[in-house]
Ligand binder design. Structure first.
Ligand code: FAD
Length: 500
């Protein structure tokens, strides 16, 4: 050892460059040397365009300028996801990045809504949510920082070109001392004593040794999966989609500040508006539709001219049994994959990076408590996202073979319990760690037709007339607040400087 801990990042997709940028921002170069190896010949997965609000936290953590980042990645703002045809054909709802309502009494807002809904006096839940009403009007404003103002009751994420994001971070990280090594890795060498990874060999013959290896090699999982033989916990019996066909299309007039996910016979279609194009894809179960039929369905449902040939990708839902084994930590697709229905992959990269930085060993010998803690936290994150995704699948009409399959499957106990509690009194216990919060669950439950049979007793206290008055006042405040938001397209074009 050179006196510095030698970190080798394998792979330069979104995961690799996010990790490299975080290392450049936060690690002392006198104590850590960081190199990233990638192969232009192999390339990156090249899709992945919708994110969660936590991405802003990550960019702030690095110290990126938001306008510069948005211009470089052709980004737009995202206030949530619109689900079309989920539940029953013709239904639509938005899962927002924000809260429902405002305090109207002692109980939480949702309990009051549930009470009024049972009495038949409430408007749809989604009408009481500022970011949803703003999104449906194709408008956007930044939160105004005033905790008492309904116009502050949301956060936002981005739609971005993940390939451009990786390129942007590459420039940023290289300028801060990260060394990049181009070439294909052809061999991985393990230490004879404890089986840890000792070095990788490049096609050029160069040998790159390291103390800690970060596997960001994508679906190949070159180090963790292939070399250390850490298997995948297969969740495809719950999430049977195993393929996607993706195609970019020309930007259309509908520059929506939200992602759209439309349920289809064998899966669902995404629509993600970026500044320079719209991203589209059909995620499907190959048991229920052929690649050609999926591509045809996708092309028939674009709102702009296709800009390339459709590209098919294969995957399996699941996560590696351990994300950190020996001296290797996997991030991104190398560590697992859950379909992009709730835009969680880049978030999972971010979580892995933050925990890696927290638990980073100071010397080559790794205390087993470090991987144990990393794996515990990542397992929680994956399990909770998995349950939330499965909820989207079960609460639907059984109107095609895929939907017959998923609406009658046996659920994880953790999800069964959440559904039962919600049906009973509308309770959604908040998690201490991990995604998603109560608003997200309430949105999907109610949006897909699962409503509470009774409301929390605390919500009984307010007289009917007062509750009705307060709900009406809230709708009016939201509608008024949205008027001060600007057209999303105009906001973005003013906000982002023209690329240099
Ligand atoms: P990759 O992009 O595959 O990068 C792998 C890297 O490893 C490349 O640089 C490659 O060159 C290198 N490499 C591999 N083998 C070798 C070798 N032998 N030698 C040298 N280098 C090597 N995420 C979201 O957050 N939101 C979304 O909306 C979203 N949509 C998605 C839709 C689909 C259909 C899919 C499949 C994924 C989606 N994702 C989404 C996930 C997102 O694309 C990825 O999580 C993200 O891009 C990270 O990818 P990665 O860096 O792990 O892998």
């Amino acid at each position: 050892m050179s006196g510095r801990l030698d970190i080798v990042i394998v792979g330069g997709g979104t995961a690799g460059w996010m990790c490299a940028a975080a290392c450049a921002a936060k690690l002392d170069p006198r104590r850590y040397r960081v190199r990233l190896l990638e192969s232009e010949e192999i390339g990156t997965v090249g899709v992945g365009e919708a994110t969660l609000p936590q991405m802003k936290d990550f960019n702030d953590f690095l110290g990126l300028d938001e306008r510069e980042f948005m211009a470089a990645t052709q980004a737009s703002f995202k206030l949530g996801i619109e689900f079309v045809n989920w539940g029953r054909q013709g239904d639509r709802y938005i899962h927002p990045f924000g809260t429902f309502g405002r305090p109207v009494g002692e109980a939480d807002f949702f309990s009051y809504w549930a009470r009024a809904n049972i009495a038949g006096t409430a408007a749809p839940l989604f009408d009481y949510c500022f970011p949803i009403v703003m999104a449906k009007a194709d408008r956007f404003m930044l939160p105004n920082g005033n905790p008492d103002d309904v116009r502050n009751a949301f956060s936002y994420a981005y739609h971005l070109d993940a390939f451009l994001y990786a390129r942007f971070l590459r420039r940023w990280a290289e300028a801060r001392g990260i060394e990049r090594v181009e070439g294909r890795i052809v061999d991985v060498e393990r230490d004879g004593e404890d089986g840890r990874i000792a070095a990788v060999t490049m096609a050029s013959g160069a040998r790159v040794a390291g103390d800690l290896f970060i596997d960001c090699s994508g679906f190949r999982s070159l180090l963790l999966g292939q070399t250390l033989d850490v298997g995948l916990e297969d969740w495809s019996h719950w999430l049977p989609c195993d393929s996607a066909v993706a195609v970019p299309s020309a930007r259309s007039d509908a520059f929506t500040p939200y992602t759209r996910a439309t349920r289809r016979s064998a899966g669902w279609q995404w629509r993600i508006p970026l500044q320079h194009r719209t991203g589209n894809g059909y995620v499907y179960a190959s048991r229920h539709i052929s690649d050609d039929a999926a591509a045809a369905a996708l092309l028939a449902n674009l709102d702009g001219e296709a800009l390339a040939d459709p590209r098919v990708l294969r995957f399996k839902a699941g996560k590696r049994h351990q994300g950190w084994s020996h001296n290797c930590i996997a991030m991104g697709l190398a560590g697992g994959f859950l379909e992009p229905l709730e835009s969680t992959s880049i978030y999972l990269v971010q979580v892995a990076i933050m925990h890696m930085l927290t638990l980073l060993p100071a010397e080559p010998a790794i205390d087993p408590a470090l991987p144990a803690e990393f794996n515990r936290v990542l397992d929680i994150e994956y399990d909770r996202i998995r349950d939330f995704l499965i909820l989207h699948y079960v609460a639907n009409a059984a109107d095609a073979p895929l939907w017959e399959q998923v609406t009658s499957m046996k659920l994880p106990d953790t999800l069964r319990d959440r559904i039962d509690r919600f049906r009973h009194r509308g309770h959604v216990p908040a998690y201490r760690d991990g995604l998603f919060g109560p608003t997200s669950w309430q949105a999907v439950f109610v949006g897909q037709g699962i409503v509470p049979q009774a409301a929390d007793r605390l919500a009984d206290i307010l007289p009917d007339a007062v509750l009705a008055e307060r709900l009406d006042a809230l709708s009016a405040t939201i509608a008024y607040g949205v008027q001060s938001a600007r057209d999303h397209a105009a906001f973005v074009s003013d906000y982002c400087p023209a690329p240099a």
